[in-house]
Design a protein around this ligand. Structure first.
Ligand code: ZN
Length: 143
């Protein structure tokens, strides 16, 4: 399933508010700026984090809460539609005080200390997420 991308609609670069929820805030910006198809990247520092690992056997996310400050080495993600709402899907690489890296699927509950982001909004037909029987995940499908 491909998006028919015909160009770049807009590029938004900025900083997230201290204390905001990383995932919710990125989705809110996309909503506000009318980006429903796009790419996101970010770096910064988080007060705490919640990341997920998708267990392919049980078909459920297992979450890990990191209740200490961490560096956000890298966030990479995309923007598409799910249930007619803008959905951000992002993965993060974090590092602890000893600069050890780990990461996973970004979940709500990751709180911004400071964060710089770039959102690239594409011109083209939106991609829609639908439940996929094979994986149990909401994957891109025909609209
Ligand atoms: Zn994921």
């Amino acid at each position: 399933m491909n998006a028919d991308i015909t160009g770049i609609n807009r590029v938004i670069m900025g900083r997230l508010p201290h204390g905001s929820d990383l995932l919710d805030e990125l989705a809110a910006i996309c909503e506000r700026e009318g980006v429903n198809l796009g790419q996101i990247s970010a770096i910064g520092a988080m007060q705490k984090a919640r990341i997920g690992y998708y267990n392919q056997e049980s078909r459920r996310y297992e979450h890990l809460d990191i209740n200490e400050p961490v560096e956000l080495l890298s966030l990479t993600g995309n923007v598409s539609m799910r249930d007619n709402k803008i959905a951000v899907h992002a993965h993060v690489t974090l590092a602890d005080r000893q600069c050890r890296a780990f990461g996973g699927h970004l979940s709500q509950g990751t709180v911004v200390f400071a964060c710089e982001y770039v959102i690239v909004g594409f011109e083209g037909s939106a991609l829609h997420r639908k439940y996929d029987e094979k994986t149990g995940l909401p994957l891109w499908d025909k609209p």
